[in-house]
Design a protein around this ligand. Structure first.
Ligand code: ASP
Length: 331
């Protein structure tokens, strides 16, 4: 599997034509504007596992399905893949060896659903959707989320795969909690899509920071932090250090900046600059932080920005699939 550490840097921007099913990587130069020339629909998602996830979403979108169904189907791919060690089944555990999952979903009507610190359920995104559709609430956590999932027919499974358990036992020897930027310890799939009807939805799901304290919740299940959708304006989702994303209400901020006229990439950049500023104010080291945003507006324009180079995102339209490098604040 290609990891994002091995992503190809190419400067093939000039030939920006999409190649069907051929992921391409582009230079990290900030273009400030990417447009979907192929028109609706479109789906984008974080990191290179987004390529496969986008294909699942695309089969829903290209047959006229709803963005909501597309994003759920899309993020279920890495959730169900034990080799993806930062999302769903196979995710790295917390410091007590427990795999705890966070997820949220939002549709074009501002319907929202979310679960946090959910254990034993392979597809937290579907539980989040059930919270949205079948309860009077918007968020369930921990044991309450699990009990609800079981009542809805979700199956209780062991999510800790052998490889993750082995690594965790190795980690226990030193028990040093040091989330490292841009390695597999903290990846989220965030996916945002526009369907043929022009409606937007988004989904975000993760096992969160590896070896986090039990009970720690990141940005990914928090509407406005890890995900936000406004069907009049656009959608955004985030990855990286959840604490930093929550601190600036990241995805809500990105959508509001687009409302004020910023392009998706400008909006992501401004949100990242706020992370940079607050980090300096708090006298923390920016080198220890990664935050990445992707955004899509109502016109089908999209973009991304991150703190440190190394973040990429996948885009799927009728013209094909590609993997793009995000612009970044520091090398
Ligand atoms: N944002 C996630 C969290 O803080 C992790 C990640 O995207 O890497 O839990």
């Amino acid at each position: 599997m290609t990891t994002r550490r091995t992503f190809i840097r190419s400067s093939a921007l000039a030939s920006a034509a999409f190649l069907a099913h051929t992921p391409e990587s582009f230079s990290s130069e900030s273009k400030m504007m990417n447009t979907n020339a192929a028109g609706k629909p479109i789906v984008l998602s974080t990191w290179n596992f987004g390529i496969k996830a986008n294909e699942a979403a695309w089969s829903v979108l290209s047959s006229g399905g709803k963005a909501l169904d597309a994003v759920e189907a899309g993020v279920k791919i890495p959730e169900g893949d034990p080799k993806e060690r930062s999302v769903g089944y196979g995710g790295r555990p917390d410091r007590d060896g427990r795999v705890t999952l966070d997820a949220c979903i939002m549709d074009e009507h501002a319907n929202i659903g979310s679960v946090a610190c959910l254990e034993y359920i392979k597809h937290p995104i579907s539980v989040a959707r059930a919270v949205m559709e079948k309860t009077p609430h918007v968020m369930l956590v921990g044991d309450g989320a699990l009990q609800f999932a079981l009542s809805q027919g979700f199956v209780k499974e062991n999510l800790l795969v052998e490889e993750s358990e082995k690594e965790w036992k190795e980690w226990l020897k030193e028990s040093k909690y040091a989330p490292v930027v841009n390695i597999e310890h903290h990846d989220t799939i965030g996916m945002i899509a526009m369907d043929m009807n022009g409606d937007l939805s988004g989904a975000c799901t993760t096992s969160g920071m590896a070896y986090k304290m039990h009970g720690r919740v990141g940005d990914s299940p928090i509407i406005g932090a890890g995900l936000y959708v406004d069907n009049e304006v656009g959608a955004a989702t985030a990855t990286g250090h959840g604490e930093e994303v929550i601190r600036i209400a990241g995805c809500y901020l990105v959508v509001e900046l687009m409302r004020q006229g910023r392009t998706p990439e400008q909006a992501c950049k401004e949100a990242v600059e706020r992370v940079v500023r607050l980090t300096a104010n708090r006298k923390k080291n920016l080198k220890d932080i990664q935050v990445g945003f992707i955004a899509l507006n109502k016109r089908g324009e999209y973009g991304a920005y991150c703190v440190q180079s190394g973040f990429n995102y996948a885009v799927r339209t009728a013209d094909g699939s590609r993997l793009l490098d995000s612009g970044f604040a520091i090398q």
